[in-house]
Ligand binder design. Structure first.
Ligand SMILES: Cc1cc2nc3c(=O)[nH]c(=O)nc-3n(C[C@H](O)[C@H](O)[C@H](O)COP(=O)(O)OP(=O)(O)OC[C@H]3O[C@@H](n4cnc5c(N)ncnc54)[C@H](O)[C@@H]3O)c2cc1C
Length: 323
């Protein structure tokens, strides 16, 4: 009998990724409806201590594989480990972060198990019987589709970082940690990591920023936006229009095919507010929109709307803040 809600708890360099904690948060909400357990799956090398963190953030049980073969993410060893855990434990639900690792691993597992996988969900709900309702944008983001997986288990889903909210950590929570021994089939290990070279991070992480100064096609010169972000202690983000135009790095893109952000303040300059953009920022705590078109859809989600020229407004703000 399939039961319990499993979360793949991604770690990199032994650091549990925020998306794993966010998924444990939503898993707890789902478990409250069915009375199921929340189970973390933690794979890696020298990650045993991190299992306690998962319990603090909502896991009742952690299935742990601490093995040198899992020191770097490589598809096949990771796929073998999650597959064997899934066959032994028979989860009802299995959630993954929609990161480069989760997007690689989750489809492998769903194919091996012959079950369904709904990618990039923005909402997860369930009923008392444990059926999962997975909602995600469809048809280019023009409608939201709720997808079910009634005939096979586990019900699998990926969720992008920043979409769900993690719980407050409680290091007094009780939970159990189960080390799992995997029967490796090394003859299938076609890829070996020889060396890991980390790309220099020269772009600020927009998903961590408290204040975002976001530029759209209505911003012709982005330099004042960087000045404004610096004056406010924030970071610059962008609509896809400026990324496609080669003006901004892809890592700054907010939206359906960019990042989901939830800053305390989101300042949108010259952004129309297309549904694909809103999908990535409408959960921001306070939204300011500056646009010359008073009918721009961005004003519908804005807490404060200013019908004005983006460049002139930024110039004025920089003048005031520089004083
Ligand atoms: C499958 C799919 C995925 C997508 N994913 C994303 C995504 O992740 N993120 C994303 O952003 N988009 C995404 N898009 C594109 C999206 O549909 C829009 O085309 C895009 O968001 C538009 O960017 P924009 O608002 O900067 O430009 P526009 O829509 O061209 O809007 C520019 C705005 O600037 C205003 N303006 C012009 N001049 C000034 C001025 N001087 N001062 C102030 N305002 C001015 C205009 O009134 C207008 O409202 C996606 C599209 C598809 C089909």
């Amino acid at each position: 009998m399939s039961k319990n809600i499993y979360v793949f708890c991604e770690q990199r360099d032994s650091a549990v990724q925020p998306v794993a904690l966010e998924l444990l948060g939503v898993a707890r909400e789902l478990a409250a409806k069915t009375g199921e357990k929340v189970c973390g799956v933690l794979l890696g090398h020298n990650v045993t201590e991190q299992a306690k963190e998962l319990i603090a953030y909502g896991a009742d049980e952690v299935y742990l594989v601490d093995d040198v073969r899992l020191a770097h993410y490589v598809t096949e060893p990771y796929a073998q480990a999650v597959y064997q855990i899934t066959k032994q434990q028979e989860p009802n639900v299995f959630l993954f972060g929609a990161t480069s690792i989760g997007r690689d691993l989750a489809p492998r597992l769903s194919a091996r198990l012959r079950t369904g996988l709904t990618a990039d969900c923005t909402k997860l709900e369930n009923d008392e019987e444990g059926n999962l309702f997975m909602t995600r944008p469809a048809f280019g983001g023009n409608l939201m589709a709720t997808i079910i997986c009634p005939n096979s288990r586990p019900q699998m889903s990926t969720v992008r970082p920043g979409v769900m909210q993690k719980l407050q950590a409680d290091y007094a929570r009780a939970g159990e940690i189960f080390p799992v021994a995997i029967e490796w089939n090394e003859s299938k290990f076609a890829v070996q990591v020889i060396e890991e070279v980390k790309e220099a991070q020269n772009v600020d992480k927009i998903e961590d920023a408290k204040i975002l100064v976001s530029c759209g096609r209505g911003v012709k010169n982005t330099a004042p936006a960087f000045e404004l972000a610096s004056n406010l202690g924030g970071t610059v983000s962008s609509s896809r229009a400026l990324v496609d135009a080669g003006v901004m790095e892809q890592s700054r893109q907010v939206g359906q095919t960019g990042k989901t952000v939830r800053p305390q303040a989101y300042l949108a300059f010259g952004i129309s507010g297309a549904i694909q953009h809103l999908a990535g920022m409408e959960e921001s705590e306070f939204i300011v929109a500056v646009n010359t078109d008073k009918g721009a859809p961005i004003f519908k989600v804005a807490n404060l709307g200013i019908v004005a020229d983006a460049a002139a407004t930024m110039k004025e703000l920089n003048k005031i803040l520089a004083k």
